[in-house]
Write a protein that binds this ligand. Structure first.
Ligand code: GAR
Length: 206
């Protein structure tokens, strides 16, 4: 079996990246993590990635100022230099330019901590609590030009419980993120045409 080469982009602690690295330890998993790259050299996830034997690359976006694409071109070059075939955004807190999105059309996925199309953007758990929803969760989707838009590959739902605060709800969602993301990456890497089917949205229970 040829495993798809995956580059993971992170900005912080990298727990979803870690879940992907864990899954990829199994030789039967259809993807391998060949590069973990970050826009922050102090991202905690970089050290974790090295612990899994993954190559790492860090390039601070700040010196590029408003030239988002110039930063992305260097990130993109690093991905290509490692033979990356699929890019997984895992807590990569940058809005992407249409240029980068076009480079990886159909081959770039993102995990977002809400049941999209509800609560795109930031502070999803706080907004879910404020809205009074009884179900919350996470979504893995193909990346398109709109922020937190694009075809949904899978979703996992969790209950919102009485007495939940933001931290408790975030922790419950994160637990299912760590199961959903490896499952969705595996499906994409093994070439399933699931995006076109009703089975695309898989429910993973707690
Ligand atoms: C995760 O909850 C992920 O869904 C979210 O950031 C967190 C990163 O945690 N992503 C977004 O909000 C993207 N819109 P991690 O670094 O531990 O994986």
């Amino acid at each position: 079996m040829t495993r798809k080469k995956v580059g993971v982009l992170i900005s912080g602690r990298g727990s979803n990246m870690q879940a992907l690295c864990e899954a990829a330890k199994d030789a039967a998993y259809p993807a391998e993590i060949v590069l973990v790259a970050s826009n922050r050299s102090d991202a905690g996830g970089l050290e974790i990635a090295r612990g899994y034997g993954a190559e790492t690359f860090a390039l601070d976006h700040r010196p590029f100022g408003k030239d988002r694409e110039a930063h992305e071109r260097e990130m993109d070059a690093a991905l290509r230099a490692h033979g990356v075939e699929i890019v997984a955004l895992a807590g990569y807190m940058r809005v992407l330019s249409p240029w980068l999105v076009a480079q990886w059309q159909g081959r770039m996925i993102n995990i977002h901590p809400s049941l999209l199309p509800l609560f795109p953007g930031l502070d999803t758990h706080k907004r879910a609590l404020e809205a009074g929803v009884k179900l919350h969760g996470c979504t893995v989707h193909l990346v398109s030009d709109g922020v937190d838009e694009g075809p949904i590959l899978g979703q996992a739902a969790v209950p919102v419980l009485a007495g939940d605060d933001e931290a408790a709800l975030a922790a419950r969602v994160l637990k299912v993120e760590h199961r959903l993301y490896p499952a969705c990456l595996a499906a994409l890497a093994s070439g399933k045409h699931w995006v076109e089917t009703d089975a695309a949205a898989s429910l993973i229970s707690v």
